[in-house]
Design a binder for this molecule. Structure first.
Ligand SMILES: Cc1cc2nc3c(=O)[nH]c(=O)nc-3n(C[C@H](O)[C@H](O)[C@H](O)COP(=O)(O)OP(=O)(O)OC[C@H]3O[C@@H](n4cnc5c(N)ncnc54)[C@H](O)[C@@H]3O)c2cc1C
Length: 265
């Protein structure tokens, strides 16, 4: 199912290869639900339609289709946290990890009520942007919504590079979330918001061998991106800042520019 004709977004050995996948929609059934932290609920999906599922990049996402109050189906983006070819259910399984942030959004409402036997449709991923090679250090910054992606970043690079990861949450229990470990992996919880993120970055030497990835609440990340790109002058090849949700906005389109004053990305 994978068209592995790579398209590069950079040059040299630090290329981030893109692998495109055939777009497939899958109807799946919940087989298990587990609260990984006080705020994050893991929903394990299974079904024959998971056969051939491929997710190769740390920032991959699937479109998840939810019922809404007016009967229409709405979509939200979720990271394929873990995929197993054969899981406890005897077939392929996909874990999606939902931040349960209240009942005002269709995704959080669905995850709150999910139980074995519930059904869910997903589409994608359409493509995978692989982790870059050739960097000696990765600096990762994520809030709870981006913790599944952060975990996938750590998994992808921990044997080749040093990882300095910051998890933004005001609750220590966020560190209950299972992130892969390693001799050169350091994970620190910091408070939410731009001030804590900027303070964490200020303590680092972001040299040319460092790749920086940050994702979470979009508005708080604007000053983070400005610091990295404008003030420190890091090239776009080695910085990715992605708004995963936006305070007060339902169904944020993360392809829209994070910073309207500086839309290039
Ligand atoms: C590439 C990508 C991957 C993502 N992966 C994940 C993932 O693996 N797990 C995950 O939980 N989320 C993930 N997200 C974020 C998720 O898509 C959004 O949080 C989404 O808006 C949730 O939909 P909803 O229906 O619950 O709320 P919406 O209807 O979108 O929003 C309703 C209200 O809830 C608020 N809200 C939305 N999300 C949050 C939040 N996380 N915390 C606090 N308030 C919020 C909004 O500001 C709004 O006021 C990802 C986003 C992207 C772009």
């Amino acid at each position: 199912m994978t068209d592995s004709s790579p398209a590069s977004s950079s040059t040299g050995d630090r290329v981030r290869e893109v692998v495109r996948h055939e777009l497939v929609r899958r109807d799946l059934t919940v087989v298990r639900v587990a609260d990984l932290t006080a705020q994050i609920r893991r929903v394990t999906l299974a079904g024959d339609e998971l056969g051939g599922f491929v997710s190769l990049g740390p920032e991959d996402h699937v479109k998840v289709f939810f019922p809404s109050e007016d009967g229409e189906r709405v979509m939200r983006d979720y990271t394929p946290a873990v995929f197993r070819e054969v899981g406890e259910s005897g077939g392929p399984e996909l874990d999606l990890d939902f931040v349960v942030h209240g009942d005002t959004g269709p995704a959080t409402a669905w995850a709150t009520a999910a139980e074995p036997g519930s059904t869910l449709s997903i589409g994608g991923p359409r493509g995978s942007r692989l982790a870059p090679r050739g960097y000696r250090r990765f600096v990762l910054l994520a809030d709870a919504s981006a913790l599944p992606a952060l975990s996938r970043w750590v998994e992808a690079v921990r044997f080749d590079a040093e990882v300095i990861a910051f998890v933004q949450s005001n609750d220590d229990r966020i560190l209950d979330y299972p992130v892969p470990t390693g001799d050169r992996v350091a994970i620190t919880r910091i408070a939410t918001g731009e001030a804590a993120a900027l303070t964490a970055l200020a303590g680092l030497h972001l040299d040319a061998d460092t790749y920086v990835w940050a994702a979470g609440e979009a508005t708080a990340l604007i000053p983070v991106r400005r610091r990295l790109r404008r003030e420190l002058g890091l090239s776009r090849d080695r910085v990715k800042v992605d708004g995963y949700w936006k305070l007060g906005v339902g169904g944020l389109d993360h392809h829209a520019p994070l910073d309207p004053e500086d839309p290039e990305d």
